[in-house]
Design a protein around this ligand. Structure first.
Ligand code: MLT
Length: 412
């Protein structure tokens, strides 16, 4: 019989959000009349904005005519979108990123999951704890994580950097030699963000130690405070040691439409087994041209519309709406004496479970007493235990109803 990839056997349970979905489905089956409000998975509820829809319709019409029809597009993405990204998301902030450094893709989840293919199997990987599970699980699949230590709730070869209220959600630099670190700011799940000094510290460390930073900035559009960098390339030297991931999912409601991009500057180099310098840009280009045929023209036209004056205004309106939801959740939690973080530069609110309740117990309590779904902190790592994530992505009405229900919880 053929042999499977045994590394999959090291994965713990099912993917966090599948596990939650199946628990909620079981609850729904047992309580068919339950009016469940979902503040669990970070999926948006506002529809695509008019500027995007108009662009998508126009592009669809082009595809309907023999004169303007397009087949395969450039694997790296159409120049019109990459130029707009470089101009608006980087040059406007003084970050020296060119269209050529940008690879358009169908999701930051895929890109943050796929990027580890470029690393040696023996690379030492560090993640913050709690962490977006994709970073860890994809390294487990690749055999880079070692076996699982059940007691610690951690993989033996991954370096975990606690990121909790105790250290102000500012993870300490690794003490041991690390080749790669995943950072996410504004952070999923904690909703907190690294300021300029805190992020510069990581860039300086990476340059000093020869490490690579994989920087996930999928929630950049939610930043409201002036000292939070919008891109790691606002830090000096980052263009030599960092790859950045961005997405239109949360920015412009593309979770079901799929469009994202990854920035791999031509100045980021690793080395091969013989010590020869290798360009990460060249490797990623080779990987993408081999395994990916690009995002559809129609969708890229929709994404480009985000950068028009109309698109920018519409995006701002939707983001403000979600941020207001986050404020409503934060205020509601404060009213019932629950300490919470995030929600200011992020759509995620990270609360401390009442009386130190285990986070899966709080998940059950919330579902049973209030029919509200959230995400248990323990699902993001052992340092997430005692925390719980609520998203601001539901509608205003549902957010207000959920908060009212939280006020009626019986917590003793
Ligand atoms: C989340 O809830 O953490 C997000 O939906 C994850 C994702 O974007 O894949």
């Amino acid at each position: 019989m053929f042999e499977v990839n045994s590394n999959y056997g090291e994965l713990q349970g099912s993917y966090l959000f599948s596990e939650i979905a199946s628990r909620v489905a079981a609850y729904e089956q047992a309580h068919p009349d339950a009016d469940i409000i979902r503040l669990g998975i970070g999926d948006v509820t506002e529809p695509l904005m008019p500027a995007v829809i108009e662009a998508i319709k126009k592009a669809t019409d082009e595809m309907a005519s023999r004169d303007t029809f397009r087949g395969y597009g450039p694997e790296q993405g159409y120049a019109f979108l990459r130029d707009a990204i470089a101009e608006h998301d980087y040059k406007a902030l003084g970050a020296d990123i060119s269209a050529d450094d940008i690879f358009v893709s169908d999701g930051a989840k895929c890109d943050t999951g796929n990027i580890q293919e470029l690393l040696s199997p023996s690379s030492r990987v560090a993640v913050t704890d709690p962490v977006y599970p994709v970073y860890v699980d994809t390294n487990v699949m690749a055999g880079r994580a070692g076996s699982y230590n059940k007691e610690a709730g951690q993989y033996k070869q991954i370096v975990y950097l606690p990121c909790t209220a105790e250290n102000g959600f500012d993870p300490a630099l690794p003490k041991e030699k690390v080749d790669v670190v995943y950072l996410c700011s504004p952070n999923n799940p904690t909703g907190t963000a690294l300021n300029q000094l805190q992020l510069q510290k990581w860039v300086d460390w990476a340059r000093d130690t020869g490490a690579l930073i994989l920087f996930d900035a999928a929630y950049e559009r939610f930043i409201t405070q002036p000292d939070i960098p919008h891109t790691i390339y606002q830090c000096s030297g980052a263009e030599t040691c960092a790859i950045e991931f961005r997405s239109f999912s949360k920015t412009a409601g593309f979770t079901g439409t799929r469009c994202a991009y990854t920035v791999v500057p031509k100045t980021v180099f690793g080395q091969d087994a013989s010590g020869t310098k290798v360009s990460m840009h060249d490797l990623w280009l080779r990987r993408q041209t081999t395994k990916f045929n690009g995002v559809s023209y129609i969708v890229q036209c929709g994404a480009a519309a985000v950068y028009t004056p109309q698109g920018e205004a519409e995006v701002t309106e939707v983001i403000d709406r979600y941020l207001k939801n986050a404020r409503i959740i934060l205020d509601g939690l404060a009213k019932i004496g629950i300490k919470a973080y995030g929600g200011v530069n992020s759509p995620y609110v990270w609360l401390q479970t009442p009386n130190g309740m285990p986070s899966w117990d709080f998940f059950d309590l919330l579902l049973n007493q209030a029919q509200v779904v959230g995400t248990p902190g323990a699902g993001f790592g052992s340092a997430g235990e005692g925390y719980f994530r609520l998203t601001a992505f539901n509608t205003r009405e549902n957010t207000e109803r959920a908060v009212a229900r939280l006020g009626n919880l019986s917590l003793t």
